[in-house]
Design a protein around this ligand. Structure first.
Ligand SMILES: Cc1ncc(COP(=O)(O)O)c(C=O)c1O
Length: 388
């Protein structure tokens, strides 16, 4: 999120959209901008009980005395258990690194795999943080044309041949923002092209656990060239965020993570890690993830029904949907008029990774309002604004 683009409070602190609207005295009906999961009712009880269990651990103080670069073996093994529905159960813990989130994982990967002035390819529209992290790593970034199935292989091949990129970042399952789920054949084509041109693939499977029927990750098709990343932001909670990274091999993992091992900014927080590991082992993580998936399905069904006349791109259970607009409905005017009515959405520009023109569309993060009733109300306002 670009805080610089947000209004500030009197103290100069950047405001989140909800706070900004409050300051402008607009009543918030639904904030569809934030890509965070809904909060399942069981969450609070599970968190309180785990915190009180942890409080009775005689070694708790020693656990939090220091963080461990890349995570402890025990926590990495728990992480692999969490990833098993996507990657299978044969991955060894020495290929696994834990970081305090996907963004810091990306920074390490871009610095090591792409390097200063090297070129990273991505989907033309992507998670807003990618462009920002690439800028901080002094990495150049170029967007690839996409269709309803994700990256177009021919365009990827042409870019590999003409531009000599170092790596591809992609989000093949429920892509942010377009919701594309790349079919298996296309995953194979992308992997084959990357291998042919010597590119590393960074596969972000943030929403993979929410789409059990999605094709297997590229990392299981081409484990030798793929860095697989799954954070807990979308499955558990953004504030209990960790990211699990599986590298191609122990040697690759040491080469990429080793130089940063004495820096602590990316290390997983020990208390968060203790909760995540405990929840993975005792089934709470699965329970919370299932509850989030259930709520996401209800919200997505609501969007498909309320906006049934619109050109809505969506997937069952998707946390966000992509609303394509007719040329007669300008996305900036729509965003502004919705904001006036208390509904916040993100226009396509916010997902552009370079200066290529974007489609006339907006993303609705159905997951961010706390209540489903707010989602419904916000969707109705959008339907009226679209005059459908
Ligand atoms: C594609 C994608 N990956 C990862 C994340 C989560 O990142 P982090 O683990 O840093 O919270 C998000 C969250 O918005 C996302 O949209």
């Amino acid at each position: 999120m670009n805080f610089a683009a947000h209004p500030t409070s009197q103290s100069g602190t950047a405001l989140m959209p909800e706070q900004a609207a409050q300051k402008a005295h607009t009543t918030i009906v639904a904030d569809f901008t934030r890509s965070i999961p809904p909060m399942p009712p069981i969450f609070r009880a599970r968190l309180c009980s785990s915190l009180s269990d942890l409080a009775s651990d005689p070694n708790l103080d020693m656990h939090v005395r220091t963080s461990v670069s890349g995570g402890r073996q025990f926590d990495r093994e728990a992480g692999l258990k969490w990833l098993a529905p996507r990657l299978g159960d044969k991955v060894l813990a020495d290929r696994m690194t834990i970081t305090n989130g996907t963004q810091s994982a990306m920074l390490l990967l871009l610095e090591a795999l792409v390097g200063q002035n090297g070129l990273l390819l991505t989907e033309a529209l992507s998670w807003g943080a990618v462009r920002e992290v690439a800028r901080r790593a002094h990495v150049k970034i170029r967007g690839l044309p996409i269709d309803d199935d994700g990256i177009i292989p021919d365009a990827f091949e042409t870019a590999c041949r003409d531009l000599r990129p170092k790596a591809l970042y992609c989000n093949p399952t429920d892509q942010n923002p377009t919701t594309a789920v790349m079919p298996e054949m296309r995953r194979r084509q992308i992997a084959a092209i990357a291998r042919h041109y010597g590119l590393a693939i960074i596969e972000d499977d943030a929403l993979g656990r929410h789409h059990p029927d999605a094709p297997a990750p590229i990392a299981s098709i081409a484990p030798d060239i793929t860095w697989y990343v799954m954070g807990l932001t979308k499955c558990i909670a953004q504030g209990l965020r960790l990211a699990y990274i599986v590298g191609p091999s122990l040697a690759d993992t040491q080469q990429v993570m080793g130089p940063a091992s004495r820096l602590s900014f990316w290390a997983p927080n020990p208390l968060t890690t203790a909760i995540a590991t405990r929840w993975i082992i005792d089934g709470t993580a699965e329970e919370i993830c299932t509850a989030i998936r259930h709520e996401s399905s209800k919200r997505e069904e609501l969007a498909s029904s309320v906006l049934s006349e619109a050109d809505l791109v969506s997937k069952p259970g998707a946390m966000h949907v992509w609303l394509r607009l007719s040329p007669a409905k300008d996305r900036h005017q729509l965003t502004a008029s919705l904001k006036h009515k208390g509904v916040a959405v993100r226009p396509a520009e916010l997902f552009a990774v370079d200066d290529t023109p974007v489609p006339n569309a907006v993303r609705l993060s159905l997951s961010s309002p706390l209540e489903r009733s707010q989602v419904e109300h916000g969707l109705q306002i959008i339907a009226t604004a679209l005059q459908i």
